[in-house]
Design a protein around this ligand. Sequence first.
Ligand SMILES: *Cc1c(COP(=O)(O)O)cnc(C)c1O
Length: 308
Amino acid sequence: MPIDFPIYSPIQRILHPLFTDHKVEVFIKRDDMIHPFISGNKWRKLKLHIEKIKVLSIKTLVTFGGAWSNHLLATAAAGAQFQIATHAFVRGEEINNPVLALCKLFGMQLHFVDRSAYKDKKALFNANFDESNALFIDEGGRSEEGAVGCESIIEELEDTFTDIFVAAGTGTTAAGILKALNTKGLNSTLHCIPVLKGGDFIKQDIQDWGIDIDNLTLHTEYHFGGYAKTNPELLQFIRDFVAHTGIMIEPTYTGKMMYALFDHIKTGKIQAESKILAIHTGGLTGFLGMYEKFDNLASVNTLTKTIK
Ligand SMILES: *Cc1c(COP(=O)(O)O)cnc(C)c1O
């Protein structure tokens, strides 16, 4: 059953002296504009699951995440939108924060579980739910259905690009983009930026889903110490980028992706005349968890210093 949820994800050009100097054009696909809370790639990853739920007349969706998970919030908001009950197993001790408060506002029921119990997600699901009336969605929306949903990122493009940059957690979004590039016979290089340490597994996962990785370049050196880790240079870059462009990015995902994009241009790894597309995968809530870190940054605009 097709679901009625029109989305808006325009492509916008970003101007910057660095781009002019290196004779490249940079655009950004604003998946962050899809919905304030069912943000970016999280909507694309959920879409097929929600269609499946409607077809099977299942009433409940069950998923997993950490206390700051964009996926939990997206699932909660989508559940409210499509009248599906949502449950989440949250890793760690019971706490409250802006993201979990929003999840509850959208009607999600939270179940806090310790780290060892959290590891066996299927066991948690089976002990508390029944497959006949509840659908399991893995942490971060990781799934083949999720990857299929992300193919639309490329299907929507009217232009072609030499290079595409995307942040990766599970790699589901990158998998869908790659699949669609292959299907369309496009030769764009997909630059995938894992935000966690040891992101090499993404290559294997994508291959395991039967997707050809010829156009994939994995850049495992932009994790800044690991998942949700930052340093002053990254934070400063983010603040300068946001102040310079009016486009919100955050430290967990899109900040690292955009840093990698600027770094590639700055160090001449991208040829002149290239036309680059950054995928804005959303994720305002990453900022809410880290806003205090921005407090101690120097107050001057250092955009040219940090990224030129
Ligand atoms: C979840 C998330 C990602 C990671 O997507 P994967 O499909 O898991 O690789 C990237 N960016 C943002 C903003 C996210 O919230």
